[in-house]
Design a protein. Structure first.
Length: 128
């Protein structure tokens, strides 16, 4: 997904290399729906271009555990809550981290899916 100009400064200079590595490690498939790069997305039928998502929504947090390769469809579904004005979106994902709560206790369904998948494949996401 294109990075908005106003957020570009939050990404490290080597973001392209980081993003490439994450997509390679995912086998060039979405880590949620398993749609493959340059193939039809399993839900929409559109051609997949893999992206890299920051699970906690913080583009400055580039730890491997916080990054996941996603197709555009899954990435858009995850980003949707953050596209609303703060008063409209309720409790934010990163607010839960600040409060010391595990996000799966209050997170949306897609966040729960990602955290569960991360724990299954790489161990616990966070030791709070």
């Amino acid at each position: 997904m294109p990075i908005k100009p106003e957020k570009k400064k939050l990404y490290p200079p080597n973001w392209a290399a980081i993003s490439l590595l994450i997509r390679q490690q995912a086998g060039w498939k979405c880590e949620l729906c398993k749609s493959a790069q340059n193939k039809p997305q399993i839900v929409t039928g559109g051609i997949v271009i893999l992206t890299v998502h920051h699970i906690n929504g913080d583009p400055t947090d580039n730890r491997r555990i916080n990054l996941i390769a996603l197709c555009q469809c899954c990435h858009n579904r995850l980003d949707q809550p953050f596209r609303h004005k703060p008063k409209e979106r309720g409790v934010l994902f990163d607010d839960l981290w600040k409060e010391g709560m595990k996000p799966e206790l209050k997170g949306d369904i897609m966040t729960n899916v990602i955290l569960k998948k991360r724990e299954e494949t790489r161990g616990p996401v966070c030791q709070l």
